[in-house]
Design a protein around this ligand. Structure first.
Ligand SMILES: NC(=O)c1ccc[n+]([C@@H]2O[C@H](COP(=O)([O-])OP(=O)(O)OC[C@H]3O[C@@H](n4cnc5c(N)ncnc54)[C@H](O)[C@@H]3O)[C@@H](O)[C@H]2O)c1
Length: 336
C-alpha cells in the first residue's frame, strides 16, 4: 500500500509512521509511507529519525492547506491517514484562526484532492472532544456532536466534512474519535509530558481548578493499532470510537505522575480553571471491539512508567521545546 500520512511528524502521527515502517502494525509490512507535515512548533523531524533512512519512506515539508502541493502529493497514493491538526486547546482559546484554517479548511483541501485522485481510503483522525462534555454514561458513535472549545469545534468541522464527502462524493471515508493519548514524543505543552518534565526539573506542576475533571487515557501505541484496524477493515462511511483505556480525574493522574517521579503533593499548585473547561469525556467502544477485535494492550501503570522514563532519558528531545512559560506560568492543557 502507498500511504500518505498528514501530520506524521507530530506525536501520534510519528508513532503511526514508525510502527508502520517497522512492520509492527497488523498488515503493515511492505507499506510505502509519505509524510506531509508543515513542521509547526508541534511537528518535529527528530520524531521520524528512527525510520528516516528507510527506502520506503519519504518526507514532504508542506501545508495541507496548499491546494497545488496537496494535489501533487496525493497523486499516486492508495490511502490517506489524516492526523495533521492544530491540537492544543489552550492555544485555541487564545487564538482560533490557525485551528479553523488547518483543522477545517485543510481537511477540505485533502478531501477534494482525495476525490479527484479517486483514493481508495481516507481515514480522518478525530477526537472525543467533538461531543462536548458528559457527566455520566458514555457517547456512542451516533451521539450528536456539541463541541465547546475552538479546538474541538474546528475538529468537529473537519470530522463532519469528511463524513459529508462520503455521502456526497462516495469517497471511502472513515472517521476515528479517540480519547486522550499518552506516550513518548508528545510535546511538553501537553499534560503528562508537562508534568513529567517539570518534575524532572524540580518544578511544581499546575492543576486546573479542583482537579476533578475526568479523562480517559490510552497509550499511543494502542491508538495506532486501532487506526490500522480501521484502515484495513473498517466499513466506509462509519465512525469508530477508540478508547477503553483508564479513566482518571486530573488529581488521580497527578498522583500517578508524582509517584512515578518519586515526589510528593507539595509539588502541585492549583491554578484558576480554564474557560469552558469540559468536565468529562467518555466513549462507548463496543463497536470497534466487536467489529474489529480491538482492545488496548498497554496497562496504564506500565505505560505511564515507561513514558516518564522516556522523558527522563530524552532531555535532549524536550528541553529545546519547553518555553519558560510552560514550566512556570501557563497551566498547560489539563485535558490533553
Ligand atoms: N493527542 C491526543 O490525545 C489526541 C486524542 C484524540 C485525537 N487526537 C487527534 O490526533 C491528531 C494528532 O494529534 P497529535 O497529538 O499527534 O498532535 P501534534 O500537535 O503532536 O501533531 C500535529 C502535527 O500536525 C502538523 N501540522 C499542523 N498543521 C499543519 C498543516 N497546516 N499542514 C501540515 N501539517 C500540519 C504539525 O507540524 C504536527 O506534526 C490530531 O488530529 C488530533 O486532533 C489527538
Amino acid at each position: 500500500m502507498r500511504l500518505l500520512v498528514t501530520g506524521g511528524a507530530g506525536f501520534i502521527g510519528s508513532e503511526f509512521v514508525r510502527a508502520t515502517l517497522r512492520g509492527a502494525l497488523p498488515g503493515s509490512s511492505g507499506t510505502h509511507v509519505t509524510v506531509l507535515d508543515k513542521l509547526t512548533y508541534s511537528g518535529n523531524e527528530l520524531n521520524l529519525a528512527p525510520i528516516a533512512d528507510l527506502p520506503n519512506y519519504r518526507f514532504v515539508h508542506g501545508d495541507i492547506c496548499d491546494r497545488n502541493l496537496v494535489d501533487d502529493v496525493v497523486a499516486g497514493h492508495d490511502a490517506i491517514v489524516h492526523f495533521a491538526a492544530e491540537t492544543h486547546v489552550d492555544r485555541s482559546i487564545d487564538s482560533a484562526a490557525s485551528f479553523v484554517r488547518t483543522n477545517a479548511l485543510g481537511t477540505q483541501v485533502l478531501l477534494e484532492a482525495a476525490s479527484r485522485h479517486r483514493l481508495g481510503r481516507f481515514v480522518h483522525i478525530s477526537t472525543d472532544e467533538v461531543y462536548g462534555s458528559i457527566s455520566e454514561g458514555a457517547w456512542t458513535e451516533v451521539s450528536p456532536v456539541a463541541p465547546n472549545a475552538p479546538y474541538a469545534a474546528a475538529k468537529a468541522a473537519g470530522d463532519l466534512l469528511a463524513l459529508a464527502w462520503h455521502r456526497t462524493r462516495q469517497l471511502d471515508v472513515l472517521v476515528t474519535r479517540c480519547t486522550n493519548n499518552y506516550g513518548p514524543y508528545q510535546h511538553p505543552e501537553k499534560l503528562i509530558p508537562l508534568f513529567a518534565t517539570n518534575l524532572l526539573d524540580g518544578q511544581q506542576v499546575p492543576v486546573y481548578g479542583d482537579g476533578h475533571n475526568r479523562r480517559q487515557w490510552l497509550h499511543v501505541s494502542d491508538h495506532c493499532r486501532a487506526i490500522q484496524l480501521v484502515l484495513l477493515d473498517g466499513r466506509p462511511g462509519e465512525v469508530y470510537h477508540i478508547g477503553g483505556g483508564t479513566e482518571l480525574t486530573n488529581l488521580e493522574l497527578a498522583k500517578h505522575i508524582l509517584e512515578a517521579c518519586g515526589v510528593g503533593w507539595d509539588m502541585v499548585r492549583h491554578v484558576p480553571d480554564r474557560m469552558g473547561h469540559d468536565f468529562r469525556y467518555s466513549l462507548d467502544t463496543a463497536k470497534i471491539r466487536t467489529e474489529l477485535g480491538f482492545s488496548p494492550r498497554v496497562a496504564f501503570e506500565d505505560g505511564l512508567a515507561e513514558t516518564v522514563e522516556w522523558y527522563r532519558s530524552n532531555r535532549g528531545w524536550w528541553e529545546p521545546l519547553k518555553s519558560p512559560n510552560e514550566a512556570t506560568g501557563s497551566p498547560g492543557d489539563a485535558s490533553r
